[in-house]
Design a protein around this ligand. Structure first.
Ligand code: ZN
Ligand code: ZN
Ligand code: FE
Length: 765
């Protein structure tokens, strides 16, 4: 029999053709395989049972990096063909299988790297079809060597032989290279002059052990690196980078080192070892070797394993166990990728630069994941995941969703897929916007998406909003404003193929509301294309606006004022760390409604409680106080929640109910006065927030009959809250859905915007 097989998914640039070739050889079948725009096309011919065996093995033994989304088959007339061939690519039209994601060094390559008898012994850039850089070295499609930054390194005869041999692990491995023909390392000063040494890697290790800061060129950008066990070195890095509270990621030598540093769960161990090699948040072991300055105030560490051969070499002689590897940038600027750029921007930060002459063409930070409520969740989507598509629950016209403001990620959608960009950082300045433009051009080209509409956040003040309107106007495209929390919930629905209506709980930091106030503690009734507000946390003032995010004591004062507390006595001022004058100024702001916008934000409620419980007056990074509040209770059992109260609301008139936090504050302040333990108070607070929203969901079910609940928003990064909500909702008979491959925070926003926009466009047709 002869059968045609059409496979779509991630099947190009991942060794799929040689794999199929080998299978066909082993099953003694004839025919061919070729790449096409949708994936690969195979025709196989031979005895029926052999063809069946071939098809079964195709799924079971597919290469590590391949992802099969669909297989379509049809029977053909036998042609009597004798051989099996790999035919050359013919790629025309819309490409749905662009460039693979970057993947960590595979075990075969790792063995060669450390084998003195291998011709690639200690070669820092070895790779094969199962591993190596992909997205970050590619200029444009199709993914072929001339289109990558490997174009300037002609292969030597030995490498070329591997590249041409379908039976070889390096058949069509585009970045294939060796000592004779590939990229080279160099260790230099900030001025570009060489640091003399016989071995750049050995010299780098010496310098790291001595406590120096070294900028190391990685796969998606430079890292700033110091020995993670050296507190003095960590402090110097923080001072030079001007980054104080925010935890730093640690690259660990191997799984044993990881286990000595963190109390890993089985799920976390599995995540650490995936080819995407994300940073994984895990609870630190007490008394580990990591310098306290790496992650002050939180019981977790973000750890990851080496993923590039160069990184393996840094750990190979076992002198180093753990390295701080933080993106080489200042604050939230884009990560540095070019050699000259790195030396110029990081000259004052790093003592030495370990770099090489393979260009990074696409900036890409490290991805961040955590096990949330028993399953992995992607918190920051970047290296190892970009540019893989995420499925959409409906057909989308070509469109662009520009995302939010902070931690920006945009998305291009077409058909049944949305392609999210890498994490782009904050869109607050022109550097951020330039990176946005650069990445947009690249991804539009990669996926040949020419947007017909542009979706943006409803917030009129976001740079992404004004940019989207301008860009759409120049091109005569339709623009769609999407409410922030509708996008959050729709994203979660779409991940689970739900079209709604569902009850959406959006527990978030900041999002512009349809009434002009700042939303963020929302119970919404959502379909993909529309939403109604069922209930929300009662509005409280944010004295000083944005300043209340940086100084949580202001938020505490706003909440306590709303809950009816007297703010002027000395004990209260002590608790908030506020002077008499500061208190009077803020109370006046609130009472006159000047520079005190109203918010229903759940994130700000966490900030306010953290300010009171932990005495944290201000923060070094967004949500720091809330994260520390979750952290302090990490070993604390669940405790009876502080009650919140549902007030008002008339669903028949679409008048939302309010969830009042006043009773929660009264009980919490009572515990504070009684000197109750802080961890216990934090546990009661988490329990109270979860219980309040479960109660609101029950009220929504009574009004609407809905029993599916989608959880979203930045507060769902809080693992205790995510678990308590799920458990509480399930106990009441709800079906609960959480984000998995899209971030619940603003990193996932553009995916949700694309979903909402596609649904709105469909409904308006
Ligand atoms: Zn490999
Ligand atoms: Zn070579
Ligand atoms: Fe948000």
């Amino acid at each position: 029999m002869r059968r045609a097989v059409q496979i779509s998914g991630v099947v190009q640039g991942v060794g799929f053709r040689p794999f199929v070739y080998r299978l066909a050889m082993e099953e003694a079948l004839s025919g061919f395989i070729g790449n096409d725009t949708a994936g690969v096309t195979i025709e196989v011919e031979g005895p029926a049972e052999r063809v069946k065996a071939f098809l079964k093995r195709l799924r079971q033994e597919a290469p590590l990096l391949a992802r099969i989304d669909s297989i379509e088959m049809r029977d053909l007339k036998a042609t009597g063909e004798a051989d099996f061939r790999i035919v050359s690519s013919q790629v025309k039209g819309n490409v749905s299988t662009g460039i693979p994601a970057d993947a960590a060094t595979c075990t075969d390559c790792l063995r060669e790297l450390l084998d003195p008898a291998d011709r690639r012994f200690r070669y820092p850039f070895l790779n094969c079809t199962n591993c190596g850089p992909r997205f970050t070295i590619t200029r444009r499609i199709p993914y072929d060597r001339p289109q990558t930054s490997m174009a300037v390194f002609p292969m030597c005869a030995a490498c070329q032989r591997e590249y041409d041999d379908p039976a070889n692990r390096r058949f069509h491995a585009q970045p294939n290279a060796c000592w004779d023909c590939g990229p080279r390392l160099s260790l230099v000063h900030a001025d570009g002059s060489a640091i003399p040494s016989g071995d750049a890697v050995a010299e780098t290790i010496e310098r790291l052990v001595a406590g120096q800061i070294v900028a190391i060129k990685g796969i998606g950008g430079f890292h700033l690196s110091v020995d993670a066990t050296n507190e003095t070195a960590v402090t110097r890095l923080r001072e030079r980078k001007g980054r104080f509270g925010k935890p730093l990621a640690i690259m660990v030598r191997d799984m044993n080192a990881a286990r000595a540093i963190c109390a890993l769960t089985a799920e976390e161990e599995a995540l650490l070892q995936t080819p995407a090699r994300p940073i994984v948040l895990s609870q630190a072991c007490s008394g580990n070797c990591i310098a306290p300055g790496v992650a002050p105030g939180v019981p977790w560490l973000g750890i990851f394993l080496p993923y590039a051969p160069l990184q393996y070499l840094l750990f190979a002689n076992a002198r180093i166990n753990a390295l701080v590897m933080t993106s080489a940038n200042l604050s939230e600027e884009p990560i540095a990728i070019h050699n000259e750029e790195a030396r110029a921007r990081l000259g004052a930060l790093a003592d030495a630069f370990l770099m090489h002459d393979r260009e990074i063409l696409q900036r890409c930070d490290d991805s961040v994941m955590a096990v949330v409520d028993g399953a992995p969740q992607l918190l920051r989507r970047a290296r190892g995941f970009v540019p893989h598509g995420v499925a959409l629950p409906l057909d989308s016209p070509p469109l662009l969703a520009v995302g939010g403001h902070l931690k920006n990620v945009f998305a291009l959608a077409r058909g049944r897929f949305a392609y999210q960009s890498q994490h782009l950082g904050d869109l607050e300045n022109l550097t951020g916007l330039a990176f946005f433009r650069e990445s947009l051009d690249h991804l539009m080209h990669t996926f040949e998406v020419v947007p017909e509409a542009v979706a943006h956040d409803m917030h009129p003040g976001y740079l992404s909003t004004s940019w989207a309107k301008e860009w759409a106007r120049e091109r005569g495209l339709r623009v769609l404003a999407v409410q922030h929390h509708h996008a959050h919930v729709a994203g979660c629905m779409a991940e689970h193929d739900l079209s709604g209506p569902v009850i959406g709980l959006a527990l978030d930091g900041t999002g512009y509301g349809a009434d002009g106030h700042i939303w963020g503690g929302e119970v919404l009734i959502c379909t993909l294309g529309a939403f109604e507000r069922f209930a929300h946390l009662e509005y409280v003032p944010m004295p000083g606006g944005e300043a209340a995010i940086r100084e949580p004591w202001r938020m505490a004062l706003g909440h306590l004022h709303a809950a009816g507390f007297a703010l002027h006595d000395a004990a209260m001022r002590d608790l908030l760390g506020a002077s008499d004058k500061e208190t009077r100024v803020l109370v006046r702001m609130i009472e006159r409604g000047v520079n005190a916008p109203l918010t229903s934000s759940c994130g700000r409620l966490f900030d306010a409680v953290a300010a009171v419980v932990l005495g944290r007056r201000d923060v070094d990074y967004e949500a720091q106080a809330a994260i520390e509040l979750e952290g302090i209770a990490v070993d604390e059992p669940d405790a009876p929640g502080y009650a919140m109260e549902l007030v008002g609301g008339d669903w028949t008139r679409r008048d939302p109910a309010r969830i009042s936090t006043a009773p929660l504050w009264r009980a919490l302040m009572e515990d504070m006065r009684a000197g109750t333990g802080k961890a216990y108070i934090a546990a009661r607070f988490h329990g109270g927030v979860a219980a309040g929203f479960v109660q609101a969901a029950m009220m929504a079910r009574t009004a609407t009959g809905l029993k599916q609940v989608a959880l979203s928003g930045g507060c769902m990064h809080n693992r205790r809250l995510a678990r308590l909500l799920r458990v509480g909702l399930e106990r009441e008979g709800f079906e609960v859905y959480q984000h998995r491959s899209v971030s619940p925070g603003d990193g996932g926003l553009s995916y949700g915007q694309a979903v909402v926009a596609a649904a709105m466009l469909r409904e308006s047709d």
